[in-house]
Design a protein around this ligand. Sequence first.
Ligand SMILES: [Mn+2]
Length: 334
Amino acid sequence: MTNRFPLKVAEKIGQLIQTHQRFILTTHINPDGDALGSEMAVYWHLKSLKKQVWIFNQNAVSQNYCFLDPQKVIQVFDPCKHEAILRQAEVCFVLDIADWQRLHKLAKWLHNDSIVKVCIDHHPIENQLGDINIILPEASSTGEILYRLFKQLKVPITIQMAQAFYTAIMTDTGCFRFSNTSAATHRMAAELLELGVVPSAIYQKIYEQDSPGKIWLLGQVLSNLQFECDGRIVWFKITEAMLRQAGISRQELEEFTDFPRRIKGVEISVLFLEQGTDHTKVSFRSKGTIPINDVARELGGGGHPFAAGAVVGMPMDKAIPSTLQKLRSVFSLS
Ligand SMILES: [Mn+2]
């Protein structure tokens, strides 16, 4: 990644920051550790330059990431309340986002407006949505790209920024164990530790805050796993009734799909999540031999080779056989 970093674009972003005053930051729906860590790192940097900065997200910060935003500067976007701010904003950083759809309500505003859009992301995409883009699919996370950018621009990294960056890379690499973990990721982690980040403290804040309901639901899921293709595919489903019974939100399901990959012989793990009566969210995780983003794309979604997903316009009882059929054909070709 070092060689491919677009230095000219980095310079352009540096100039854009220097010459403008009012900034909006945003990210995808259901923001994860990379999305929130990236937003906060950019926020602290812009604030240190005395800029005016607003962060507008589609969802509230989930409880385990609240430590990143102690002053509660992240706001849930409300078109009525925030219209005036959007009209006067000059630059918008769109972080960790692969497509307009995942911007939801904000998409309409950013599409039509004269705001300069800076898009920084590590998802492989076809159409770049920013006026200025740094899209590096080989980077572990958006946080990793921003860290490189900040170093290039000689931005001083404070402990708050270091914690935000560490959260971004740790969560998107599944604690440095997924296939997107590189030497550069570990070098970055080492530098962040030298700046004072305490890995065990951040790990506890993020991963040891589960509600009893979440662990109960995980138990239900793990005792009802289904296997296909001689145990190379494992799948499970979560209905809205199960979520209600557990008393948890969809955001809390973030790492559920990773869990069944622990089983020996499993190559691909699939979660089917009911969304109303006629939509099903399908999440794929692969151990790293068989790419699954082509199947996700066929279903109208996308993602990384070994972590992808789609929302299918079918009720769950139809989405499951149709998806499994597509997956079986992946195995018959491999
Ligand atoms: Mn990410």
